[in-house]
Design a protein around this ligand. Sequence first.
Ligand code: ATP
Ligand code: MG
Length: 559
Amino acid sequence: MSKTESVKPAHFIRQIISKDLEAGKNGGRVATRFPPEPNGYLHVGHAKSICLNFSMGEEFGGTCNLRFDDTNPEKESQEYIEAIQRDVSWLGFQWNGEIRYASGYFDQLHDFAVELIKQGKAYVDESTPEEIRTMRGSLTEAGQDSPYRSRSVDDNLQQFERMRNGEFADGAAVLRAKIDMASPNINMRDPVLYRVRRAHHHQTGDKWCIYPMYDYTHCVSDALEEITHSLCTLEFEDHRPLYDWVLDQLDVPCHPQQIEFARLNLNYTITSKRKLKQLVDEQHVDGWDDPRMPTIAGLRRRGYTPASIRNFCEMIGVTKSEGVVDMSMLEFSIRDDLDKSAPRAMCVMQPLKVVIENWQQEEQPLSIAAHPKDESLGVREIFFGKELYIDRTDFEEEPPKGFKRLIPGGEVRLRGAYVIRCDEVIKNEQGEVVELRCSYDDQTLGKNPEGRKVKGVVHWVSAAKALPVEVRLYDRLFNHESPDAAKDGSSFLDHINPDSLTVVERAYAEPSLANARADQPYQFEREGYFVLDGVDSSEGKLVFNRTVTLRDAWAKTQK
Ligand code: ATP
Ligand code: MG
Protein backbone atom coordinates (compact mmCIF):
# COMPACT_ATOMS: atom_id res chain seq x y z
CA MET A 1 0.00 0.00 0.00
CA SER A 2 1.43 3.38 -0.92
CA LYS A 3 1.72 6.15 1.60
CA THR A 4 -0.91 8.42 0.08
CA GLU A 5 -3.39 5.62 -0.22
CA SER A 6 -3.29 4.92 3.49
CA VAL A 7 -4.49 8.44 4.38
CA LYS A 8 -7.19 8.75 1.72
CA PRO A 9 -10.63 7.19 1.98
CA ALA A 10 -10.57 3.75 0.43
CA HIS A 11 -13.35 4.24 -2.09
CA PHE A 12 -14.42 1.21 -4.09
CA ILE A 13 -12.35 2.05 -7.16
CA ARG A 14 -9.18 2.42 -5.09
CA GLN A 15 -10.00 -0.97 -3.60
CA ILE A 16 -10.54 -2.63 -6.97
CA ILE A 17 -7.29 -1.27 -8.35
CA SER A 18 -5.37 -2.26 -5.21
CA LYS A 19 -6.70 -5.79 -5.41
CA ASP A 20 -5.88 -6.02 -9.11
CA LEU A 21 -2.33 -4.93 -8.35
CA GLU A 22 -1.99 -7.45 -5.54
CA ALA A 23 -3.23 -10.16 -7.86
CA GLY A 24 -0.69 -9.12 -10.45
CA LYS A 25 -3.36 -8.27 -12.99
CA ASN A 26 -2.25 -6.27 -16.06
CA GLY A 27 1.34 -7.05 -15.19
CA GLY A 28 1.15 -4.71 -12.20
CA ARG A 29 0.36 -1.76 -14.42
CA VAL A 30 -2.29 0.95 -13.88
CA ALA A 31 -3.35 3.09 -16.82
CA THR A 32 -6.41 5.32 -16.79
CA ARG A 33 -7.68 8.03 -19.13
CA PHE A 34 -9.88 11.07 -19.07
CA PRO A 35 -11.95 11.05 -22.29
CA PRO A 36 -13.87 14.32 -22.82
CA GLU A 37 -15.81 15.03 -25.94
CA PRO A 38 -14.63 18.45 -27.15
CA ASN A 39 -18.16 19.81 -27.48
CA GLY A 40 -18.07 22.30 -24.63
CA TYR A 41 -16.06 23.50 -21.66
CA LEU A 42 -15.37 21.23 -18.73
CA HIS A 43 -17.51 21.67 -15.63
CA VAL A 44 -17.23 20.74 -11.99
CA GLY A 45 -18.67 17.28 -12.74
CA HIS A 46 -15.79 16.65 -15.10
CA ALA A 47 -13.45 17.77 -12.33
CA LYS A 48 -14.64 14.77 -10.34
CA SER A 49 -13.78 12.45 -13.21
CA ILE A 50 -10.44 14.20 -13.83
CA CYS A 51 -9.42 13.99 -10.17
CA LEU A 52 -10.43 10.35 -10.01
CA ASN A 53 -8.68 9.25 -13.19
CA PHE A 54 -5.50 11.23 -12.68
CA SER A 55 -5.21 10.44 -8.99
CA MET A 56 -5.62 6.71 -9.59
CA GLY A 57 -2.89 6.94 -12.20
CA GLU A 58 -0.62 8.89 -9.84
CA GLU A 59 -1.25 6.99 -6.64
CA PHE A 60 -0.57 3.61 -8.14
CA GLY A 61 2.52 4.69 -10.01
CA GLY A 62 0.67 4.49 -13.33
CA THR A 63 -0.40 6.87 -16.05
CA CYS A 64 -3.46 8.80 -17.15
CA ASN A 65 -4.07 9.73 -20.77
CA LEU A 66 -6.03 12.71 -22.00
CA ARG A 67 -8.06 11.58 -24.97
CA PHE A 68 -10.55 13.60 -26.96
CA ASP A 69 -13.52 11.45 -27.78
CA ASP A 70 -14.12 13.25 -31.03
CA THR A 71 -16.64 11.26 -33.01
CA ASN A 72 -19.23 14.04 -33.49
CA PRO A 73 -17.37 16.60 -35.59
CA GLU A 74 -20.34 18.93 -36.05
CA LYS A 75 -20.53 19.70 -32.35
CA GLU A 76 -16.81 19.85 -31.68
CA SER A 77 -14.19 22.54 -32.05
CA GLN A 78 -10.57 23.47 -31.56
CA GLU A 79 -11.63 26.12 -29.05
CA TYR A 80 -13.00 23.40 -26.79
CA ILE A 81 -9.93 21.23 -27.28
CA GLU A 82 -7.69 24.06 -26.09
CA ALA A 83 -9.96 25.03 -23.20
CA ILE A 84 -10.06 21.44 -21.95
CA GLN A 85 -6.26 21.11 -21.95
CA ARG A 86 -5.93 24.42 -20.14
CA ASP A 87 -8.41 23.32 -17.49
CA VAL A 88 -6.87 19.91 -16.86
CA SER A 89 -3.40 21.48 -16.51
CA TRP A 90 -4.73 24.22 -14.27
CA LEU A 91 -6.25 21.62 -11.96
CA GLY A 92 -2.70 20.41 -11.54
CA PHE A 93 -2.62 17.24 -13.61
CA GLN A 94 -0.18 16.15 -16.27
CA TRP A 95 -1.37 13.68 -18.86
CA ASN A 96 0.77 10.86 -20.10
CA GLY A 97 2.65 11.76 -23.28
CA GLU A 98 0.91 13.43 -26.17
CA ILE A 99 -2.73 14.39 -26.30
CA ARG A 100 -4.70 11.57 -27.88
CA TYR A 101 -7.72 11.69 -30.14
CA ALA A 102 -10.21 8.95 -30.87
CA SER A 103 -10.00 10.31 -34.42
CA GLY A 104 -6.36 9.26 -34.38
CA TYR A 105 -7.67 5.69 -34.42
CA PHE A 106 -10.13 6.10 -37.29
CA ASP A 107 -8.00 3.91 -39.59
CA GLN A 108 -7.77 1.13 -37.03
CA LEU A 109 -11.44 1.45 -36.16
CA HIS A 110 -12.26 1.09 -39.83
CA ASP A 111 -10.05 -1.97 -40.16
CA PHE A 112 -11.58 -3.55 -37.07
CA ALA A 113 -15.04 -2.93 -38.54
CA VAL A 114 -13.96 -4.77 -41.69
CA GLU A 115 -12.71 -7.55 -39.45
CA LEU A 116 -16.11 -7.78 -37.71
CA ILE A 117 -17.82 -7.97 -41.09
CA LYS A 118 -15.48 -10.77 -42.16
CA GLN A 119 -16.35 -12.67 -39.00
CA GLY A 120 -20.03 -12.30 -39.87
CA LYS A 121 -20.50 -10.06 -36.85
CA ALA A 122 -21.44 -6.81 -38.54
CA TYR A 123 -23.71 -5.85 -41.43
CA VAL A 124 -24.70 -2.84 -43.45
CA ASP A 125 -28.30 -1.87 -42.85
CA GLU A 126 -30.03 0.33 -45.39
CA SER A 127 -33.24 0.66 -43.41
CA THR A 128 -34.26 4.23 -42.60
CA PRO A 129 -33.39 5.55 -39.13
CA GLU A 130 -37.11 5.40 -38.34
CA GLU A 131 -37.35 1.74 -39.37
CA ILE A 132 -34.29 0.89 -37.31
CA ARG A 133 -35.84 2.59 -34.31
CA THR A 134 -39.10 0.70 -34.68
CA MET A 135 -37.39 -2.65 -35.19
CA ARG A 136 -35.33 -2.14 -32.04
CA GLY A 137 -38.38 -2.98 -29.88
CA SER A 138 -38.83 -1.71 -26.35
CA LEU A 139 -38.04 -2.62 -22.77
CA THR A 140 -40.93 -5.07 -22.82
CA GLU A 141 -40.81 -6.24 -26.44
CA ALA A 142 -37.98 -7.97 -28.25
CA GLY A 143 -36.63 -6.32 -31.38
CA GLN A 144 -37.07 -7.63 -34.92
CA ASP A 145 -34.38 -8.59 -37.35
CA SER A 146 -33.72 -6.12 -40.10
CA PRO A 147 -34.21 -7.52 -43.63
CA TYR A 148 -30.54 -6.63 -44.21
CA ARG A 149 -29.33 -8.74 -41.28
CA SER A 150 -28.74 -11.83 -43.37
CA ARG A 151 -26.58 -10.19 -46.05
CA SER A 152 -23.52 -12.14 -47.07
CA VAL A 153 -20.08 -11.19 -45.85
CA ASP A 154 -19.04 -10.17 -49.36
CA ASP A 155 -22.09 -8.02 -49.84
CA ASN A 156 -21.44 -6.36 -46.48
CA LEU A 157 -17.79 -5.74 -47.33
CA GLN A 158 -18.83 -4.12 -50.56
CA GLN A 159 -21.55 -2.00 -49.05
CA PHE A 160 -19.31 -0.84 -46.22
CA GLU A 161 -16.71 0.14 -48.78
CA ARG A 162 -19.42 2.08 -50.61
CA MET A 163 -20.38 3.80 -47.35
CA ARG A 164 -16.79 4.80 -46.90
CA ASN A 165 -16.53 6.04 -50.47
CA GLY A 166 -19.46 8.37 -50.09
CA GLU A 167 -21.85 6.40 -52.25
CA PHE A 168 -24.63 6.62 -49.68
CA ALA A 169 -26.39 9.79 -48.67
CA ASP A 170 -26.11 10.83 -45.02
CA GLY A 171 -28.33 8.52 -43.01
CA ALA A 172 -28.98 6.12 -45.90
CA ALA A 173 -26.94 3.26 -44.45
CA VAL A 174 -25.29 2.24 -41.19
CA LEU A 175 -22.97 -0.51 -40.14
CA ARG A 176 -24.44 -2.52 -37.27
CA ALA A 177 -22.99 -5.15 -34.98
CA LYS A 178 -24.80 -8.49 -35.30
CA ILE A 179 -25.43 -9.42 -31.71
CA ASP A 180 -28.95 -10.25 -30.49
CA MET A 181 -32.18 -8.50 -31.39
CA ALA A 182 -33.92 -10.26 -28.51
CA SER A 183 -31.44 -9.21 -25.85
CA PRO A 184 -33.08 -7.77 -22.73
CA ASN A 185 -30.39 -5.08 -22.96
CA ILE A 186 -31.39 -2.75 -25.78
CA ASN A 187 -27.77 -1.70 -26.27
CA MET A 188 -27.07 -5.24 -27.46
CA ARG A 189 -29.77 -5.24 -30.15
CA ASP A 190 -27.46 -4.85 -33.07
CA PRO A 191 -26.11 -1.40 -32.15
CA VAL A 192 -24.94 0.95 -34.86
CA LEU A 193 -21.15 1.04 -35.23
CA TYR A 194 -20.79 3.47 -38.14
CA ARG A 195 -22.93 6.12 -39.74
CA VAL A 196 -22.58 8.20 -42.90
CA ARG A 197 -22.05 11.86 -42.13
CA ARG A 198 -20.49 14.34 -44.49
CA ALA A 199 -18.93 16.57 -41.91
CA HIS A 200 -15.61 18.31 -41.80
CA HIS A 201 -13.62 17.04 -38.84
CA HIS A 202 -11.37 19.35 -36.82
CA GLN A 203 -8.60 16.71 -36.82
CA THR A 204 -9.11 14.56 -39.90
CA GLY A 205 -10.52 17.20 -42.22
CA ASP A 206 -12.55 15.71 -45.07
CA LYS A 207 -10.86 12.34 -45.07
CA TRP A 208 -13.94 10.53 -43.73
CA CYS A 209 -17.60 10.64 -44.55
CA ILE A 210 -18.36 7.79 -42.16
CA TYR A 211 -17.87 8.21 -38.44
CA PRO A 212 -17.75 5.52 -35.77
CA MET A 213 -20.25 5.61 -32.92
CA TYR A 214 -19.20 6.37 -29.37
CA ASP A 215 -19.72 2.90 -27.90
CA TYR A 216 -17.65 1.25 -30.58
CA THR A 217 -14.96 3.90 -30.55
CA HIS A 218 -14.53 4.16 -26.84
CA CYS A 219 -13.70 0.56 -26.00
CA VAL A 220 -11.38 0.18 -28.98
CA SER A 221 -9.56 3.42 -28.11
CA ASP A 222 -9.17 2.26 -24.50
CA ALA A 223 -7.79 -1.06 -25.69
CA LEU A 224 -5.36 0.49 -28.18
CA GLU A 225 -4.04 2.75 -25.44
CA GLU A 226 -3.74 -0.27 -23.15
CA ILE A 227 -5.86 1.29 -20.49
CA THR A 228 -6.26 -1.03 -17.52
CA HIS A 229 -9.22 0.59 -15.75
CA SER A 230 -11.77 2.50 -17.80
CA LEU A 231 -13.65 4.63 -15.30
CA CYS A 232 -16.94 6.12 -16.41
CA THR A 233 -20.24 7.32 -15.03
CA LEU A 234 -23.17 5.09 -14.15
CA GLU A 235 -25.19 5.73 -17.29
CA PHE A 236 -22.67 3.50 -19.09
CA GLU A 237 -23.38 0.49 -16.90
CA ASP A 238 -25.84 -0.89 -19.46
CA HIS A 239 -23.28 -0.31 -22.18
CA ARG A 240 -20.64 -2.46 -20.51
CA PRO A 241 -21.81 -5.71 -22.18
CA LEU A 242 -21.32 -4.00 -25.53
CA TYR A 243 -17.92 -2.63 -24.47
CA ASP A 244 -16.88 -6.16 -23.60
CA TRP A 245 -18.51 -7.76 -26.64
CA VAL A 246 -16.64 -5.55 -29.10
CA LEU A 247 -13.28 -6.20 -27.46
CA ASP A 248 -13.96 -9.93 -27.20
CA GLN A 249 -14.36 -10.15 -30.98
CA LEU A 250 -11.19 -8.28 -31.86
CA ASP A 251 -7.51 -8.91 -31.62
CA VAL A 252 -6.63 -5.92 -29.42
CA PRO A 253 -3.61 -5.50 -27.14
CA CYS A 254 -5.64 -5.55 -23.92
CA HIS A 255 -9.16 -5.70 -22.54
CA PRO A 256 -9.66 -2.84 -20.08
CA GLN A 257 -12.07 -3.21 -17.21
CA GLN A 258 -14.92 -0.71 -17.29
CA ILE A 259 -15.93 0.50 -13.82
CA GLU A 260 -18.83 2.86 -13.31
CA PHE A 261 -19.23 5.47 -10.58
CA ALA A 262 -21.96 8.00 -9.78
CA ARG A 263 -21.72 11.32 -11.55
CA LEU A 264 -21.52 14.50 -9.55
CA ASN A 265 -24.79 16.37 -9.29
CA LEU A 266 -24.53 19.70 -7.55
CA ASN A 267 -27.58 21.61 -6.37
CA TYR A 268 -28.27 25.21 -7.41
CA THR A 269 -26.53 24.60 -10.70
CA ILE A 270 -26.57 22.43 -13.80
CA THR A 271 -23.91 20.11 -15.17
CA SER A 272 -25.28 19.40 -18.59
CA LYS A 273 -22.96 20.64 -21.32
CA ARG A 274 -25.90 21.14 -23.63
CA LYS A 275 -27.65 23.42 -21.17
CA LEU A 276 -24.47 25.25 -20.26
CA LYS A 277 -23.97 25.90 -23.95
CA GLN A 278 -27.50 27.24 -24.14
CA LEU A 279 -26.74 29.68 -21.32
CA VAL A 280 -23.74 30.90 -23.31
CA ASP A 281 -25.40 30.95 -26.73
CA GLU A 282 -28.47 32.79 -25.48
CA GLN A 283 -26.27 35.18 -23.49
CA HIS A 284 -27.79 34.53 -20.13
CA VAL A 285 -24.17 34.62 -18.98
CA ASP A 286 -21.08 36.32 -20.27
CA GLY A 287 -19.40 33.30 -21.91
CA TRP A 288 -18.23 29.86 -20.79
CA ASP A 289 -15.92 31.44 -18.23
CA ASP A 290 -18.54 33.70 -16.68
CA PRO A 291 -17.72 33.52 -12.95
CA ARG A 292 -21.23 32.22 -12.26
CA MET A 293 -20.81 29.20 -14.51
CA PRO A 294 -20.01 25.82 -12.92
CA THR A 295 -17.33 25.39 -15.58
CA ILE A 296 -13.72 25.03 -14.49
CA ALA A 297 -12.94 28.19 -16.46
CA GLY A 298 -15.77 29.98 -14.63
CA LEU A 299 -14.64 28.73 -11.24
CA ARG A 300 -11.09 29.86 -12.00
CA ARG A 301 -12.28 33.34 -12.95
CA ARG A 302 -14.44 33.36 -9.85
CA GLY A 303 -11.32 32.83 -7.72
CA TYR A 304 -11.55 29.12 -6.95
CA THR A 305 -8.12 27.56 -6.54
CA PRO A 306 -7.13 24.21 -8.05
CA ALA A 307 -6.55 22.89 -4.51
CA SER A 308 -10.07 23.82 -3.43
CA ILE A 309 -11.60 21.92 -6.35
CA ARG A 310 -9.36 18.90 -5.81
CA ASN A 311 -10.19 18.86 -2.10
CA PHE A 312 -13.87 19.14 -2.89
CA CYS A 313 -13.62 16.12 -5.20
CA GLU A 314 -11.79 14.14 -2.52
CA MET A 315 -14.37 15.17 0.07
CA ILE A 316 -17.43 14.08 -1.95
CA GLY A 317 -15.88 10.68 -2.54
CA VAL A 318 -16.59 8.11 -5.20
CA THR A 319 -19.54 5.78 -4.90
CA LYS A 320 -22.01 3.91 -7.01
CA SER A 321 -25.10 5.66 -5.65
CA GLU A 322 -26.53 8.76 -7.26
CA GLY A 323 -26.97 11.73 -5.00
CA VAL A 324 -26.95 15.50 -5.00
CA VAL A 325 -24.06 17.33 -3.42
CA ASP A 326 -24.79 20.60 -1.68
CA MET A 327 -23.28 23.68 -3.30
CA SER A 328 -22.26 24.76 0.19
CA MET A 329 -19.66 21.95 0.19
CA LEU A 330 -17.94 23.48 -2.81
CA GLU A 331 -18.14 26.88 -1.14
CA PHE A 332 -16.82 25.41 2.10
CA SER A 333 -13.81 24.03 0.31
CA ILE A 334 -12.83 27.37 -1.21
CA ARG A 335 -13.39 29.22 2.08
CA ASP A 336 -11.30 26.64 3.84
CA ASP A 337 -8.45 27.02 1.37
CA LEU A 338 -8.57 30.82 1.18
CA ASP A 339 -8.94 31.35 4.92
CA LYS A 340 -5.52 29.77 5.26
CA SER A 341 -3.84 31.24 2.22
CA ALA A 342 -5.45 34.50 1.11
CA PRO A 343 -3.78 37.78 2.09
CA ARG A 344 -6.16 40.21 3.76
CA ALA A 345 -7.02 43.62 2.40
CA MET A 346 -9.61 46.29 3.06
CA CYS A 347 -12.11 47.47 0.51
CA VAL A 348 -15.09 49.70 1.22
CA MET A 349 -18.06 48.85 -0.99
CA GLN A 350 -20.52 51.52 0.10
CA PRO A 351 -18.32 54.44 1.03
CA LEU A 352 -19.33 56.91 3.72
CA LYS A 353 -16.91 59.78 4.21
CA VAL A 354 -15.36 60.21 7.63
CA VAL A 355 -13.42 63.39 8.47
CA ILE A 356 -11.00 63.11 11.39
CA GLU A 357 -11.15 66.66 12.69
CA ASN A 358 -8.27 66.38 15.16
CA TRP A 359 -5.89 64.93 12.57
CA GLN A 360 -3.48 67.67 11.54
CA GLN A 361 -0.68 65.76 9.86
CA GLU A 362 0.16 64.22 6.52
CA GLU A 363 -1.09 60.69 5.79
CA GLN A 364 0.49 58.29 8.27
CA PRO A 365 1.72 54.95 6.88
CA LEU A 366 0.80 52.00 9.06
CA SER A 367 1.98 48.47 8.75
CA ILE A 368 -0.52 45.66 9.12
CA ALA A 369 -0.17 41.89 8.86
CA ALA A 370 -1.27 40.46 5.50
CA HIS A 371 -2.68 37.43 7.34
CA PRO A 372 -3.73 37.10 10.98
CA LYS A 373 -2.20 33.64 11.41
CA ASP A 374 0.44 33.27 8.74
CA GLU A 375 3.36 35.60 9.28
CA SER A 376 5.09 34.32 6.17
CA LEU A 377 2.63 36.35 4.08
CA GLY A 378 4.32 39.49 5.43
CA VAL A 379 2.86 42.92 6.00
CA ARG A 380 1.08 45.50 3.93
CA GLU A 381 1.09 49.27 4.14
CA ILE A 382 -2.06 51.25 4.77
CA PHE A 383 -2.48 54.97 5.42
CA PHE A 384 -4.29 56.87 8.10
CA GLY A 385 -5.29 60.45 7.36
CA LYS A 386 -7.76 63.25 7.61
CA GLU A 387 -10.37 61.82 5.26
CA LEU A 388 -11.38 58.19 5.35
CA TYR A 389 -14.13 55.98 4.06
CA ILE A 390 -15.99 53.44 6.11
CA ASP A 391 -18.87 51.32 4.92
CA ARG A 392 -22.29 52.96 5.12
CA THR A 393 -23.67 49.87 6.87
CA ASP A 394 -21.15 50.29 9.68
CA PHE A 395 -22.86 53.46 10.89
CA GLU A 396 -26.38 53.66 12.32
CA GLU A 397 -28.04 56.75 13.66
CA GLU A 398 -30.64 54.66 15.38
CA PRO A 399 -28.82 51.43 16.06
CA PRO A 400 -30.72 48.20 16.44
CA LYS A 401 -30.09 46.27 19.66
CA GLY A 402 -26.64 44.74 19.80
CA PHE A 403 -25.19 47.01 17.12
CA LYS A 404 -21.46 47.22 17.90
CA ARG A 405 -20.26 49.59 15.21
CA LEU A 406 -20.33 53.35 14.87
CA ILE A 407 -23.21 55.43 16.27
CA PRO A 408 -23.47 59.16 17.01
CA GLY A 409 -21.30 59.85 20.03
CA GLY A 410 -20.01 56.27 20.01
CA GLU A 411 -16.61 54.76 19.33
CA VAL A 412 -15.31 52.08 17.03
CA ARG A 413 -11.88 50.73 16.19
CA LEU A 414 -10.64 51.10 12.65
CA ARG A 415 -8.93 47.82 11.80
CA GLY A 416 -5.16 48.12 12.19
CA ALA A 417 -5.38 51.77 13.25
CA TYR A 418 -6.98 53.97 15.90
CA VAL A 419 -10.24 54.16 17.81
CA ILE A 420 -12.44 56.98 16.49
CA ARG A 421 -15.49 58.70 17.96
CA CYS A 422 -18.37 60.09 15.92
CA ASP A 423 -18.91 63.68 16.99
CA GLU A 424 -21.25 64.98 14.33
CA VAL A 425 -23.46 63.61 11.57
CA ILE A 426 -23.74 65.66 8.37
CA LYS A 427 -26.80 65.19 6.15
CA ASN A 428 -27.83 66.47 2.77
CA GLU A 429 -31.10 68.20 1.96
CA GLN A 430 -32.86 64.86 1.60
CA GLY A 431 -31.85 63.99 5.13
CA GLU A 432 -29.36 61.35 4.06
CA VAL A 433 -26.15 60.92 6.00
CA VAL A 434 -23.30 62.09 3.76
CA GLU A 435 -20.42 62.55 6.14
CA LEU A 436 -19.34 61.87 9.69
CA ARG A 437 -17.16 64.27 11.66
CA CYS A 438 -15.05 62.22 14.00
CA SER A 439 -12.03 62.44 16.28
CA TYR A 440 -9.33 59.85 16.83
CA ASP A 441 -7.70 58.82 20.07
CA ASP A 442 -3.94 58.93 19.56
CA GLN A 443 -3.38 56.54 22.48
CA THR A 444 -5.11 53.63 20.73
CA LEU A 445 -2.75 52.54 18.00
CA GLY A 446 -2.16 48.87 18.69
CA LYS A 447 -3.57 49.11 22.22
CA ASN A 448 -6.89 49.33 24.02
CA PRO A 449 -8.15 52.72 25.12
CA GLU A 450 -7.77 53.65 28.79
CA GLY A 451 -10.72 53.15 31.05
CA ARG A 452 -13.33 52.04 28.48
CA LYS A 453 -14.11 49.19 26.18
CA VAL A 454 -14.56 49.56 22.44
CA LYS A 455 -16.11 46.45 21.01
CA GLY A 456 -16.60 47.08 17.31
CA VAL A 457 -13.90 46.89 14.65
CA VAL A 458 -14.62 48.10 11.13
CA HIS A 459 -12.70 48.19 7.88
CA TRP A 460 -11.86 51.50 6.26
CA VAL A 461 -9.53 53.15 3.75
CA SER A 462 -7.84 56.51 3.45
CA ALA A 463 -9.71 58.65 0.95
CA ALA A 464 -6.49 60.18 -0.34
CA LYS A 465 -4.67 56.90 -0.87
CA ALA A 466 -7.53 54.55 -1.75
CA LEU A 467 -7.78 52.92 -5.13
CA PRO A 468 -11.15 53.28 -6.86
CA VAL A 469 -12.08 49.79 -8.04
CA GLU A 470 -15.06 47.99 -9.50
CA VAL A 471 -16.35 45.02 -7.58
CA ARG A 472 -18.60 42.33 -9.00
CA LEU A 473 -20.61 40.57 -6.35
CA TYR A 474 -21.42 37.15 -7.72
CA ASP A 475 -23.94 34.87 -6.19
CA ARG A 476 -25.37 31.51 -7.22
CA LEU A 477 -26.58 31.47 -10.81
CA PHE A 478 -29.82 29.72 -9.95
CA ASN A 479 -32.18 30.30 -7.08
CA HIS A 480 -33.72 26.85 -7.30
CA GLU A 481 -32.14 23.80 -5.72
CA SER A 482 -32.59 21.67 -8.82
CA PRO A 483 -33.00 24.16 -11.66
CA ASP A 484 -33.31 21.56 -14.40
CA ALA A 485 -35.54 19.19 -12.51
CA ALA A 486 -38.17 21.47 -11.02
CA LYS A 487 -41.38 19.54 -10.43
CA ASP A 488 -43.65 22.18 -11.93
CA GLY A 489 -42.39 21.59 -15.44
CA SER A 490 -40.49 24.88 -15.58
CA SER A 491 -37.24 25.23 -17.49
CA PHE A 492 -33.85 25.80 -15.89
CA LEU A 493 -33.91 29.23 -17.55
CA ASP A 494 -36.87 30.18 -15.36
CA HIS A 495 -34.71 29.78 -12.28
CA ILE A 496 -31.83 32.07 -13.09
CA ASN A 497 -31.15 34.11 -9.97
CA PRO A 498 -31.80 37.77 -10.93
CA ASP A 499 -29.38 38.79 -8.17
CA SER A 500 -26.56 36.54 -9.31
CA LEU A 501 -24.51 39.60 -10.24
CA THR A 502 -24.40 42.99 -8.55
CA VAL A 503 -21.86 45.44 -9.87
CA VAL A 504 -20.37 47.96 -7.44
CA GLU A 505 -18.94 50.46 -9.84
CA ARG A 506 -17.00 52.49 -7.35
CA ALA A 507 -15.61 50.83 -4.30
CA TYR A 508 -12.45 51.99 -2.53
CA ALA A 509 -9.65 49.57 -1.94
CA GLU A 510 -6.48 49.90 0.09
CA PRO A 511 -3.49 50.77 -2.10
CA SER A 512 -1.74 47.39 -1.66
CA LEU A 513 -4.33 45.97 -4.07
CA ALA A 514 -2.70 47.86 -6.93
CA ASN A 515 -0.36 44.85 -7.10
CA ALA A 516 -3.13 42.25 -7.15
CA ARG A 517 -2.76 39.30 -9.53
CA ALA A 518 -5.48 37.23 -11.14
CA ASP A 519 -4.14 34.04 -9.56
CA GLN A 520 -3.98 35.35 -6.00
CA PRO A 521 -7.33 35.72 -4.25
CA TYR A 522 -7.68 38.10 -1.30
CA GLN A 523 -9.92 38.25 1.66
CA PHE A 524 -11.52 41.67 1.72
CA GLU A 525 -11.92 41.92 5.45
CA ARG A 526 -15.48 41.46 6.67
CA GLU A 527 -16.73 41.17 3.07
CA GLY A 528 -15.60 37.91 1.53
CA TYR A 529 -12.98 36.49 -0.82
CA PHE A 530 -12.17 38.35 -4.01
CA VAL A 531 -9.91 37.95 -6.98
CA LEU A 532 -8.71 40.33 -9.66
CA ASP A 533 -10.66 39.89 -12.90
CA GLY A 534 -8.85 42.46 -14.99
CA VAL A 535 -8.86 46.14 -15.76
CA ASP A 536 -12.01 47.97 -16.77
CA SER A 537 -11.38 49.13 -20.33
CA SER A 538 -13.07 52.52 -20.16
CA GLU A 539 -11.78 53.92 -16.88
CA GLY A 540 -8.75 51.74 -16.24
CA LYS A 541 -10.12 50.67 -12.86
CA LEU A 542 -9.17 47.30 -11.43
CA VAL A 543 -12.12 44.91 -11.38
CA PHE A 544 -12.49 42.36 -8.61
CA ASN A 545 -14.80 39.34 -8.55
CA ARG A 546 -16.30 38.05 -5.36
CA THR A 547 -15.45 34.38 -5.09
CA VAL A 548 -17.59 33.67 -2.06
CA THR A 549 -18.91 35.45 1.00
CA LEU A 550 -17.28 34.81 4.37
CA ARG A 551 -20.26 32.85 5.61
CA ASP A 552 -22.94 30.76 3.97
CA ALA A 553 -25.90 33.09 3.54
CA TRP A 554 -27.97 30.53 1.63
CA ALA A 555 -28.25 28.07 4.47
CA LYS A 556 -30.38 30.54 6.44
CA THR A 557 -32.38 32.42 3.86
CA GLN A 558 -33.32 29.84 1.25
CA LYS A 559 -34.41 26.79 3.19
P1 ATP B 1 -21.87 14.56 -23.30
O1 ATP B 1 -21.16 13.27 -23.55
O2 ATP B 1 -23.33 14.46 -23.20
O3 ATP B 1 -21.42 15.69 -24.14
P2 ATP B 1 -20.58 14.43 -20.76
O4 ATP B 1 -20.86 15.31 -19.59
O5 ATP B 1 -20.70 12.96 -20.62
O6 ATP B 1 -21.49 15.02 -21.86
P3 ATP B 1 -17.92 14.01 -21.71
O7 ATP B 1 -17.04 14.99 -22.36
O8 ATP B 1 -18.31 12.80 -22.46
O9 ATP B 1 -19.18 14.82 -21.27
O10 ATP B 1 -17.31 13.61 -20.31
C1 ATP B 1 -15.99 13.22 -20.12
C2 ATP B 1 -15.90 12.35 -18.89
O11 ATP B 1 -16.37 13.05 -17.76
C3 ATP B 1 -16.75 11.11 -19.04
O12 ATP B 1 -15.99 10.00 -18.59
C4 ATP B 1 -17.92 11.37 -18.15
O13 ATP B 1 -18.42 10.19 -17.62
C5 ATP B 1 -17.32 12.29 -17.08
N1 ATP B 1 -18.35 13.14 -16.52
C6 ATP B 1 -19.18 13.96 -17.18
N2 ATP B 1 -20.04 14.57 -16.35
C7 ATP B 1 -19.73 14.13 -15.11
C8 ATP B 1 -20.27 14.38 -13.81
N3 ATP B 1 -21.28 15.21 -13.61
N4 ATP B 1 -19.70 13.75 -12.75
C9 ATP B 1 -18.67 12.92 -12.94
N5 ATP B 1 -18.13 12.62 -14.13
C10 ATP B 1 -18.65 13.22 -15.21
MG1 MG C 1 -20.14 11.66 -22.55
